[in-house]
Design a protein around this ligand. Sequence first.
Ligand code: HEM
Ligand code: HEM
Length: 368
Amino acid sequence: MTSLVLTVRETLRYRGAIGQWSWVLHRLTGVGVVLFLALHVVDTSWAVFYPELYVKAIAAYQSPIFTIGEFGLVFAVVYHAFNGIRIVIFDYKPELWRHQAQAAVAVLVLTLLALAPVFLGMLSHVIDFYLVEQAIAGDRLLDVVLFSILEQLPFIAGFVAVLVAAIVLAAVYSLISGDSSTRSRYPQASPIEGFWWAFMRLSGILILPLVFGHLALMHVVQGVFDITAAQEVAGTLASNGTIGAVPSAVEFVYHRWSYAAGGVFVWRVYDMFLLVLVTLHGFNGLRYVLTDFTSFNHFARRTSVALCTVIAAVLLALGAAALFVPLEKDIIGEAMAATAEIYELRGEEVPAELEAWLNGAGDAEAGE
Ligand code: HEM
Ligand code: HEM
């Protein structure tokens, strides 16, 4: 904590000009995206393992507060990516260092220029939803969001379990290795750290087209609201709502992950690369940040490393499990009950075809 306060105070006091602020922004955006990623991989796995919960999670994502967060998230990814490229170029071309202040400004300007059309595209999806589609009334909206969040509370136990596992791991490691005071408190330059240094740069460059492609699909080509709209699922030949009684977030993911070209499940392979690279890059980055703040305490430092390792391992296992599981149409049937609940919470009438489905008429179709 003292270290955190010291860092914030010194960052504000130190006149390191633009280079220092771009370092802070790179850190903040990186950590912000990692936190989102943790929730996102857990949520996405629900599409396969808890379809009803996925419907509710996406209902929460479609509320105004998350829409504002979505603009922030896209800014964070784009700024971090552009600034990451600057870091890579300067690392390999140190002779450019005298231009670093201009480069930091250029990154900010380029980010804003690139984001202008993207934000316009995203805004048009938001306006479409609120003006053209029926927006949810204010009082009902809060019900939908609270309901969606409350349903997810039991999963907090999972986060506590991860934290306990990290503390236990750090304690066991301390017992085995001992806390020798002769050892340096700071990380030594080692081949392993050298590997991670190079990995951060290489993975950053590889992630770039994958993350930008994913964001373009989810924010520009189609928006977050289109996940539950009756239209073609971009990147596939299928339309949402053709299997279930009405379109649903679960059917959206089902079509994405079922789409095969030349016998290859294109989006599963794509998401697998995205998952592995982004998780390793993000959580190793988080390790840098956390160990910077805990460098004066062995145990806190080890707990930070263990925490990053355990969370990354859990996310990789969960994300990969969701991608490898053969998809059955039953998951879409399961999503229908939750979709009806959302209609009721919104104060809207449950569509007749959905009622019929829930009364058994659609089950046979989904099971085909
Ligand atoms: C609000 C913004 C986002 C939305 C609405 C969104 C939506 C989705 C959806 C619908 C899927 C599952 C189906 C598919 O692949 O199309 C998915 C999977 C995935 N997304 Fe995103 N995404 C967003 C942002 C991001 C960002 C910023 C990252 C990376 C940092 C990311 C990483 C992933 C990964 C790794 C998977 C695969 C997860 C798994 O294996 O279970 N997404 N996303
Ligand atoms: C899109 C392309 C990306 C590029 C080009 C990129 C590049 C970089 C680079 C060059 C570093 C510095 C590494 C070091 O100091 O050794 C870094 C750090 C970091 N990145 Fe990324 N990155 C990208 C995406 C992401 C994503 C999607 C996340 C989150 C899941 C992320 C999270 C982090 C974190 C937390 C750090 C540590 C920040 C620090 O130590 O101050 N990055 N990135």
